[in-house]
Design a protein around this ligand. Sequence first.
Ligand SMILES: Nc1nc2c(ncn2[C@@H]2O[C@H](COP(=O)(O)OP(=O)(O)O)[C@@H](O)[C@H]2O)c(=O)[nH]1
Ligand SMILES: [Mg+2]
Length: 218
Amino acid sequence: MKLIKLNATVTASNDRDAEELRKKLKEKGTLLINLMSSAGSGKTTLLSRVIRDLPELKIGVMEADIESEVDAQRIEALGAKAVQVHTSGMCHMDAGMTAAAVEAIGAEDMDLLFLENVGNLICPAEYDTGAGKKLMILSVPEGDDKPLKYPLMFAESDALAVTKIDALPYFDFDMDKCIERVKKLNPAIEIFPVSAKTGEGMEALEGWIKDALNEWRN
Ligand SMILES: Nc1nc2c(ncn2[C@@H]2O[C@H](COP(=O)(O)OP(=O)(O)O)[C@@H](O)[C@H]2O)c(=O)[nH]1
Ligand SMILES: [Mg+2]
């Protein structure tokens, strides 16, 4: 498994770098999905389920963290290609860092590339990474008030997976209220209640992923 250490690139050129990467991936027919959420909300677990459920697709995962290689190892154990990125203390990935990670994983002939962004609801929302789609996760234990506290990521994402719904009986999480709050910020967002543990709701989310790939290639 490859491990690369990256520093932030110059912010002023970020949007240009992002457009360049998006164009390059579009030409290859590879869809890059920027996966964002808090630490521990279930990004790696959800990706593991998607990799197992969609064996017909060639999927690569770029794992961004401050330290450790555990997530890339979890993905590689499933037979998918993974690269671990250490962000030199940064709380997000920018477009230059993402382009370097894409280079390291070798995106040739990949259908889907996931960027598992650094776990937090703030900084990743502020940077265009060059991804074709942004998928956000909110997990039930985090609470239905998070759209009120961290609106930008909800406003910026194309889809939201509300995960760990198997834990709903143990938390005061109001799904209707959560959906209403998110839709107020972003009327176009698609919302998928799922459990990566039991598999409930995953088919609908995976349908969204497959549709996004088809749309990207047309
Ligand atoms: N009950 C339940 N636990 C989950 C689910 N998805 C993830 N977890 C657990 O949440 C913890 C963090 O998951 P992980 O995928 O590492 O989160 P990440 O830090 O966002 O990548 C682990 O203990 C997982 O087993 C789920 O759908 N239901
Ligand atoms: Mg993870």
